[in-house]
Design a protein around this ligand. Sequence first.
Ligand SMILES: Cc1ncc(COP(=O)(O)O)c(C=O)c1O
Length: 393
Amino acid sequence: MTTAPAAPAAPTASAASNTSPAIAPVPFMHTALLPQDIEAATAVLRSGMLRAAGQCAALEVKFGEMSGAKHAMTCANGTCALQLAYEPLFQPGDEVLVPAWSYVATASMLAARGCKPVFVDALPTTGQIDMADAAKRITPKTRGVAATHMYGCPVDIDAVTAFAAHHKLRVVYDAAQAHLSMYKGKGIGEFGDAVTYSFYATKNLGTGEGGLITCNDDVLARDIKLLRSHGETDKYVHERIGYNYRMNDITGAIGLSRLARLPQDTATRQANAAKYAKLLAGLVGIEPLAITTGAVSAYHLYTVRIDPAVFSVSRDQLSKELMTLGVPTAVHYPRSLPDQPAFKPYLADQKPCPIAQRMAQTVLSLPMHHMLTDEHFATIASALKTVVTRFAR
Ligand SMILES: Cc1ncc(COP(=O)(O)O)c(C=O)c1O
């Protein structure tokens, strides 16, 4: 079984599966700390300096450098990161274009700001935000785009940049799943008004909970820092209303320690993605999502589409069968955002997003992490071949 926790965004072993596999399953993810991570956290504990201090500051400097951004601000989690990025850029009543195919927080934090999330359909090839569809949904009230680099794959940043420049929109990229992803040879921190990250336990850089915002504008960085800590400009002087969304130094130390390995771990994920692509090229009905032209994915997840026209059983049944063959899978996500009850109040005048709805029916994430071995790949290859042989029409 995978070690997947029950928290909302965590990949879990196929929810549908309760059948024990005949062989030791391939781990769906790998979240274990190394001794040096534990030592880094323990050193903070020994120091007694638990609040955000040197470790968080060092994590900010390093993560900013590695992402191509001038400013980096740690915070409590990826949801806070979105809230801290949105609040200075958008006003209540603004409409913001947001992908129908994303994790809930990308859109719910717009709603929390009093904005209207306007859902944009996905590209059928990549599953990323479709900027041609965005153009059809713009209104005089539209003030921004919040685009998610889903699964670790950057969106078509050139298209977003051109669209935003033309319509004078602010841009936030949700990179919760896309640490160290690249676009046209540059770190994704170079683009947009702000980029947000999650360090949730299962993310490529996992600290348990944690988040970070990058940006390249000095004024915005100051705003975000003020919002993060009660608008405090001097001890007990509060220039504006803010929150306590700070990280702490235990988390910072774990993040900094893991960040040292992240480039290598990411390269291993990318090599594993290449192995998957080769494997799937020979199989009918299981198709990897395409990568945006010019993008380098961090492969937080390796997500394929199951073609319902090819198989005589459902995607969920295939997932169960794969589990019995030692391959846990997960569905990211089983509903598109407009199909979430929470967003119903915003949908009255919004057209459906059929591609995103179809993704919810067809996607399946296969095991992806930096500790997959050749034996794991042999198990995965054999399981995939078996289900194709058994269930392809
Ligand atoms: C795309 C996306 N955005 C935002 C978040 C929220 O991050 P957190 O769980 O750290 O609040 C997640 C977490 O899964 C995510 O995947």
